[in-house]
Design a protein around this ligand. Structure first.
Ligand code: GTP
Ligand code: MG
Length: 430
């Protein structure tokens, strides 16, 4: 049974363009894969049949599925390799922040410990105990940590990779799971090497990487890939490459939630986030105009403002424009929250209300409603159908413009943070 039954406006029924006239984006069958493709096709079919409530229902179900999708990431390696610190960095937290995993110079993690992402609780990072400790022998380790619940493993080593790591990788492969090798604490290696004459950072990093690869190859791992990372300077070295690789290998729903949960420490991640959220906007605008839409007479728009508020908050949180993220970033880069807020022009997540959404809608309305051709083609499926419908157009434009603003703010925060880090990287690790 379909829960929504808004009346379909006659304009929807008359503006369906023949398939041959639609933009390439409006026929996504060749471009999208898996479940997302099926959802888009279902929405398209419902819209073509003039069933607006059916289309909105599929969009709503698609969101529900995303919310339910779980991603379980296992961080493993020997005791003291920096697993808990790495996990904190991947969650956008420092070791001292509230809810961060405990770290320390003595053995700290004694059983698999789940850490939900503080904004995306269905992204779960598992801090696993050190392999090879008295309670966790390599041959029983995977069974003990319940290997089956993880989507992939990250194997960390702070010095060279040894037989234990290779054995663990082979076992993970035997269980048909994925793993990635991360060589941690490279900031510390560079600090030590810097004392030597003729120090060259790139050459030192290559030497560490090649040494790890050589050891893993000797232990029977063919063509291993090793990512060099520092949890103290998480935006540097191979960390962006590792995040890109992990994203590439995840299926669409898991990729989406993982991407939104990643810390905002590199330009490519910010760009990917923006694109991922942009791709969802037409569905959100569709939901807003079809589900419990309420007239806003002053704007001549009919929409569900709650859906718009939820989306705006989500953009802010995903781009780190919220108190927890700003506090964590400020302490990591040695700046005050006020300094970071200085470059932010959009409201923070907690300040977004129905009033804020109405202000943004007013701005979007003020720009006039003549749609450029490229704008229509950016809206897959619904674009040609809804192009003449004011409510859809205004909400679609408003969400796009707010997302642009938030993404620009995140860029400005990143630039501020990067400048500070460039200055710090010439100093000693703490
Ligand atoms: N310089 C530097 N130190 C690090 C880094 N990562 C971790 N450390 C330090 O290394 C020590 C061990 O880090 P943890 O993250 O607790 O290591 P772990 O693998 O979780 O240890 P167990 O839970 O005991 O297995 C701590 O003192 C950390 O501060 C890094 O990237 N750079
Ligand atoms: Mg630990």
């Amino acid at each position: 049974m379909k829960p929504y039954s808004p009346e379909i406006s006659p304009v929807f029924a008359t503006t369906i363009a023949p398939t041959s006239e639609r933009s390439p984006i409006a026929t996504p069958a060749t471009e999208r894969k898996g479940r997302l493709n099926k959802e888009t096709e279902d929405i398209k079919a419902a819209l073509e049949a003039g069933d607006l409530s059916g289309a909105a229902y599929v969009a709503h179900k698609s969101d529900e599925l995303l919310k339910k999708t779980e991603l379980n990431i296992a961080i493993t390696g020997e005791s003291g390799a920096g697993k808990s610190s790495f996990l904190n960095a991947l969650r956008g937290l420092g070791d001292e922040d509230k809810d961060s995993a405990k770290t320390g110079v003595v053995e700290t993690t004694k059983k698999p410990e789940p850490y939900k992402h503080f904004k995306y609780p269905n992204v779960i990072f598992w801090d696993l105990p050190g392999i090879g400790t008295p309670d966790f022998k390599p041959d029983t380790y995977l069974e003990q940590v319940k290997f089956d619940r993880y989507d992939f493993f990250i194997i960390l080593a702070s010095e060279r990779f040894r037989a234990n790591h290779a054995r663990l990788a082979q076992e993970i492969r035997r269980m048909e799971k994925k793993f990635y090798f991360v060589r941690s604490k490279v900031d510390f290696d560079l600090y030590n090497e810097k004392r030597k004459q003729n120090f060259d950072e790139e050459k030192t990093l290559d030497k560490i990487r090649n040494d790890c690869i050589e050891h893993l190859s000797k232990e029977g791992i063919s063509s291993p890939k090793v990512f060099l990372v520092s949890s103290r300077e998480f935006q540097k070295y191979d960390s962006p490459k590792l995040q890109k690789k992990l994203l590439k290998e995840l299926e669409s729903h898991k990729k989406h939630i993982f991407l939104l949960a990643l810390p905002n420490l590199s330009k490519p991640i910010l760009e990917k986030k923006k694109k991922a959220l942009q791709r969802q906007i037409w569905k959100q605008a569709l939901k807003s105009c079809a589900i419990a839409a309420v007239p806003l007479p002053a704007l001549s728009v009919k929409c569900d403002i709650g859906i718009l508020v939820d989306n705006m908050r989500q953009y802010c949180e995903s781009f780190g424009l919220d108190d927890i993220s700003l506090h964590a970033l400020a302490s990591q880069v040695g700046k005050s929250v006020a300094e970071l807020k200085d470059v932010i022009k959009s409201p923070l997540a907690k300040d977004i209300s129905k009033e804020t959404a109405k202000e943004q809608l007013t701005k979007a309305t003020g720009k006039g409603l003549i749609l450029a051709k490229h704008f229509i083609s950016m809206i897959p499926v619904a674009g040609t159908i809804f192009a003449a419908e004011r409510s859809f157009t205004v909400t679609y434009r408003m969400l796009n413009s707010f997302l642009d603003d938030v993404a620009e703010d995140a860029q400005r925060v990143l630039i501020k943070d990067t400048i500070k880090n460039r200055l710090l990287s010439s100093k000693t690790p703490t």
